[in-house]
Design a protein around this ligand. Structure first.
Ligand code: AHG
Ligand code: MN
Ligand code: MN
Length: 335
């Protein structure tokens, strides 16, 4: 029996027909993300060597080097997407405002906008722990041939055409959805090719892992505190296991494979939590739902929230369906 090792490139071509709009542009867009991911991967892998080989022309202290990798990833993604003449605008965690891209084609026929968190979990860089990139793709809502506006970016998550992440971990993987399930591809670094390693990824309906920064416990709403105590209680299949990397991409990735819930609740000091709706929560919510999981702000489906600003934050509960429903149940008791 021969096992077919499908590359990401082959997969994109084979699945192009299943896209809602099949002009080939979305395929090219995902291809360019694949390319940028490889470039960023190369740099992230060298992060520990910065003190030895030096960052070109820089005499940065360590804190600044870490900061620089965020900026590097941001530049690489923006540059790659701009150069290939595919998208008309990009919004990024690293940019205050969205970046409008002037098409080389004078009619500006580029249909897509991309929203990215170029380096997620960046505080982990210093300590050789997994980090990631998150991306979300929409069709623009304003007419072709006109400048992009904020309306093109402030779309509900349920309008996403594609979303995904790259995890720069023990292996580097690109995981994405175009609304037909979730597929994961692992990079063979020797030859720079991504292979389909995790077809049709699914969250188990029930999980045994909860991921939350418990250092914030005293600030959490009572419903969330009660849920955490419920996770720790000796009963049935509990206590659950606590696992928190502090890198949404990596925590999500593990929970999708093993079954679990990721939580970033609101806080007595931060009424909307920490995570950003447009380039962290919505793309992860799209992936979660496509993988039979669930994503909520504690009350409402993440992808139904009407965005009001680019860098808006929302409380985030995401993962195995039954676990997300359980925490919603606890939250509801107090409201
Ligand atoms: P980023 O590195 O893009 O700023 O995102 C970090 C996010 C998320 O990935 C992670 O789960 C969370 O912030 C960790 O926050 P705390 O340190 O407050 O737990
Ligand atoms: Mn992030
Ligand atoms: Mn980031």
């Amino acid at each position: 029996m021969s096992i077919k090792k499908q590359t990401l490139g082959e997969f994109i071509i084979e699945n192009q027909a299943s896209f809602k709009y099949t002009s080939g542009e979305l395929s090219r867009l995902i291809n360019s993300i694949r390319l940028a991911a490889k470039v960023v991967n190369h740099e992230v892998n060298k992060a520990g060597l910065v003190d030895i080989i030096g960052a070109a022309g820089e005499t940065n202290v360590q804190g600044e080097d870490q900061q620089k990798l965020d900026v590097y990833a941001n530049e690489k993604f923006i540059h790659t997407l701009t150069n290939r003449n595919i998208v008309c605008g990009i919004a990024s965690e690293e940019e205050d405002d969205f970046v409008a891209i002037n098409s080389q084609d004078e009619n500006n026929q580029n249909k897509y906008v991309v929203l990215i968190d170029p380096l997620d979990g960046s505080s982990n860089i210093d300590v050789n722990v997994s980090v990631g990139t998150i991306f979300s793709i929409y069709r623009r809502v304003t007419p072709l041939g006109t400048p992009v506006t904020i309306d093109d970016f402030l779309q509900k998550g349920n309008q996403q055409v594609a979303a995904g992440y790259v995890v720069y971990g023990t292996s580097t993987m690109l995981v994405y959805t175009t609304g037909h399930g979730v597929n994961g591809f692992t990079l063979n670094p020797a030859i720079g090719t991504f292979y389909l390693s995790h077809p049709d990824m699914q969250f188990p309906e029930d999980g045994k892992i909860y991921s939350v920064n418990e250092g914030n416990y005293i600030h959490f709403p009572q419903g969330v505190k009660d849920y955490i105590k419920y996770c720790q209680m000796e009963e049935g299949d509990r206590p659950y296991t606590s696992r928190y990397i502090g890198s949404l991409v990596s925590d999500f990735h593990r929970n999708m494979i093993k079954g679990g819930i990721y939580m970033y609740p609101k806080h007595s000091k931060n009424s909307n939590g920490k995570l950003r709706l447009l380039y962290e929560c919505n793309p992860m919510a799209f992936l979660a739902e496509q993988a039979n999981g669930k994503a909520s702000n504690g009350h409402t489906r993440i992808m139904d929230i009407e965005p009001t600003e680019l860098h808006q934050r929302v409380p985030f509960f995401c993962g195995s369906k039954n676990m997300v429903e359980k925490v919603e149940e606890f939250i509801k008791k107090y409201e």
